[in-house]
Design a protein around this ligand. Structure first.
Ligand code: DGI
Ligand code: FE
Ligand code: FE
Length: 188
């Protein structure tokens, strides 16, 4: 699938604002993939489709999580987490994209996972630092991303966990496991 076809497909499922975010993630993911030696074409497609399911009705996402035997724990955490695994499922089913590396990068773009692949990392980070993002601390992560992918990723995940904690929101266990896994990686 080429870029134009992919963008056309995804555009129908997104708001204008989310589509602009998607373009930002795509451009950033390509830069990061080139910088860190990930597959540039896969990074482009994963970025284009990463938020494919963002605007699905909650009921539909919940049913998919139940029917497809996904991690049921998702259902007791913030529904914002659901669009990532549901997106991976729907991109395969509806778009016909069946590259497991791309689907995994979509599946884990919100929580991360233990043992993130290079492509997972590129997409997670691109989603966090694309030019439209205005999180506190995002500029520091952008700086780290110029030279050290893992350092940037750990900082992004730390910021996200701190943000959730400040709002007294629960933190999804995989997010914590991802943080621990990456911190351990850096000490090796
Ligand atoms: O879809 P995007 O907005 O581009 O970004 P995303 O896929 O990283 O989703 C961010 C949303 O998910 C944000 O509203 C916070 C929420 N979120 C991310 N990690 C966790 C989380 N919510 C909970 N409860 N726990 C998490 O670990
Ligand atoms: Fe997302
Ligand atoms: Fe996103």
């Amino acid at each position: 699938m080429d870029r134009e076809g992919a963008l056309q497909t995804v555009k129908e499922h997104l708001t204008d604002h989310r589509y602009q975010h998607t373009i930002g993630v795509m451009e950033t993911a390509i830069v990061l993939a080139e910088r860190y030696g990930a597959d540039v074409k896969k990074a482009e497609l994963a970025a284009i489709f990463h938020d494919y399911a963002k605007f699905r009705p909650k009921d539909e996402m919940k049913q998919i999580i139940l029917d497809q035997g996904m991690e049921q724990q998702l259902l007791v955490f913030n529904s914002e987490l659901w669009h990532a695994p549901v997106g991976a499922f729907l991109v395969e089913k509806e778009v016909g994209l069946n590259d497991e590396e791309i689907l995994d990068a979509i599946r884990y773009h919100t929580s991360g996972r233990v043992g993130m692949s290079l492509l997972d990392k590129v997409i997670y980070l691109a989603d966090y630092i694309e030019p439209g993002r205005r999180f506190p601390g995002v500029d520091e992560v952008r700086e780290f991303a110029k030279a050290n992918l893992n350092q940037a990723l750990v900082q992004a995940i730390k910021n996200s966990i701190q943000f959730l904690m400040k709002k007294n929101q629960p933190v999804y266990p995989d997010t914590i496991y991802t943080y621990n896994d990456l911190v351990k990686l850096r000490e090796d």
